[in-house]
Design a protein around this ligand. Structure first.
Ligand code: GRF
Length: 221
């Protein structure tokens, strides 16, 4: 029987990835249950989304704590009291301390709107658009001590065009975020994820065809 994993979701803002997770749980496609949503921002729209679906929320303001560790300890307490199996960072805008990382080893996922290791950190979509990349995308990875640097679970590629604005590229990427995040969590729920060093193996997953992509398309070669 498939395991229904207990999720703790960390948010700071709009929570569209949270919404994708909720929707897929409600559709029966994701074998998870959100035990708690923790927001460091009392005004996060993610909290409205949570209310609509009757999911318990806890606001933990980082500014109420004298150190990053104290803030993280409070989150650890809440998550452990609910026996959370997997911590899901969904637009959570705080860097986690080693204290938090060690409390949930390889049990914290993050999503980043770029093809890591390119464009880690903030404003990834703007930096990619300004750089003139021909492809961009998003990455779900396990969190580690670095910024967006942990083992990669799944990536999606989207084309980027020379007339893309930051917003247009971000919207194209976000659509794929909403697909790959529930998928990564489902792989975890199915117990199919194996991490060896930097490499993540998804047991039983199909190998994609070796089809190169070109942007712009090749005309003759
Ligand atoms: C997304 O691009 C996510 O990758 C980034 O923040 C953006 C907003 O996410 N970390 P959400 O709508 O709050 O899920």
């Amino acid at each position: 029987m498939k395991r229904r994993i207990k999720l703790g979701v960390l948010v700071s803002g709009s929570g569209s990835n949270l919404q994708a997770i909720i929707d897929n749980i409600e559709k029966g496609l994701l074998d998870g249950e959100i035990k708690v949503i923790i927001s460091n921002n009392a005004d996060a729209y993610a909290l409205e989304r949570a209310k609509k679906h009757d999911i318990p929320c806890v606001i933990i303001k980082h500014s109420d704590f004298k150190s990053r560790e104290d803030f993280d300890l409070k989150m650890i307490d809440v998550l452990n009291s609910l026996c959370v199996d997997l911590v899901v960072m969904a637009g959570f805008m705080r860097v986690l301390t080693p204290l938090f990382l060690n409390a949930f080893p390889m049990k914290i996922m993050n999503i980043h709107p770029a093809i890591l290791p390119a464009f880690p950190g903030i404003h990834a979509q703007k930096r990619a658009a300004d750089y003139g990349v021909r492809f961009s995308g998003c990455t779900v990875h396990f969190a580690d001590e670095g910024v967006d640097s942990g083992p990669i679970i799944i990536q999606a590629i989207v084309p980027a065009y020379d007339d893309d604005t930051e917003d247009i590229l971000a919207a194209r990427i976000l659509k794929e975020e909403h697909r790959i995040y529930p998928q990564a969590i489902q792989f975890y729920a199915e117990g199919r994820i194996e991490v060896v060093g930097r490499k993540v193996r998804i047991r039983g997953s199909e190998r994609i065809p070796e089809t190169p992509l070109h942007n712009p398309p090749l005309t003759a070669f």
